[in-house]
Ligand binder design. Structure first.
Ligand SMILES: *Cc1c(COP(=O)(O)O)cnc(C)c1O
Length: 225
């Protein structure tokens, strides 16, 4: 992809995030994670050269291949996909900056066991299935608060830092907004328990997500279109 085009896209994204966050509050800070699942190491390197450090991948194999190809750069790798049990050890070895898609207590317990064996820790977010969609991973909103506390109580090597959600899959803005508001409420309730990150918003809905309180957006296609 052309470097100038990438820079244009990035400038535009930053400006839109800036406008959206100021609409919420001058003090509201939003981190942009560039989702790089559509591109190879070369484009990720170009992104880094433009100043982007946080990047996200949704498959352990891709995270491994790309982070190894770019191990000369201080990139912050986020894992945002479904984690299969047989990939847990691989993910631990890759030492991700933030694992955003912890989606069941069961997975948390298994991950914790493997972290214990490897004497490592991992920063994680609990994924919330905010619109209760069958195709999506995550705990249902009604259970999220209790699950979060259970994970804190029952694990020693997982450092829970907040919640992540994917907005409702629909064209209807009100429905999407509701899914963000639901997640933000859970995040607020969890703040006294250490939650600092509310990760929501993608290429098609990040401004709405920020309006609803998101402080981390995961943007992919908009960078590379
Ligand atoms: C792919 C993906 C994104 C980015 O989606 P875009 O619509 O390309 O911005 C964000 N979050 C998750 C979990 C993803 O899988």
């Amino acid at each position: 992809m052309d470097k100038y085009r990438l820079r244009d896209n990035m400038d535009r994204i930053i400006q839109r995030v800036e406008d959206a966050r100021i609409k919420r509050s001058e003090h509201h800070i939003v981190q942009i994670v560039a989702v790089t699942k559509y591109v190879g190491p070369q484009e990720i390197r170009a992104l880094y050269e433009l100043g982007q450090r946080a990047v996200g991948e949704n498959r352990v194999q891709d995270l491994k291949a790309k982070s190894e190809a770019l191990n000369d750069l201080p990139l912050e790798w986020h894992f945002i996909g479904r984690l299969q049990k047989n990939k847990i050890n691989h993910l631990i070895d890759l030492d991700p900056w933030l694992m955003q898609s912890l989606d069941t207590l069961e997975l948390a317990l298994e991950l914790d066991k493997r972290l214990e064996a490897k004497k490592k820790r991992m920063d994680c977010l609990l994924q919330v299935n905010s619109a209760k969609e069958e195709t999506k991973a995550g705990v249902i909103p009604e259970a999220a608060y209790d699950e979060y506390l259970k994970i804190i109580e029952n694990t020693k090597h997982i450092n829970l830092l907040g919640v992540m959600t994917i907005g409702a899959h629909t064209e209807d803005k009100e429905t999407i907004k509701r899914s963000f508001e639901t997640t933000y409420k859970i995040y607020e309730a969890l703040k006294p328990h250490g939650a600092q990150i509310c990760s929501m918003g993608m290429s098609n809905d990040f401004e709405l997500a920020i309006e609803c309180g998101s402080n981390m957006v995961r943007i992919g296609s908009l960078f590379f279109s």
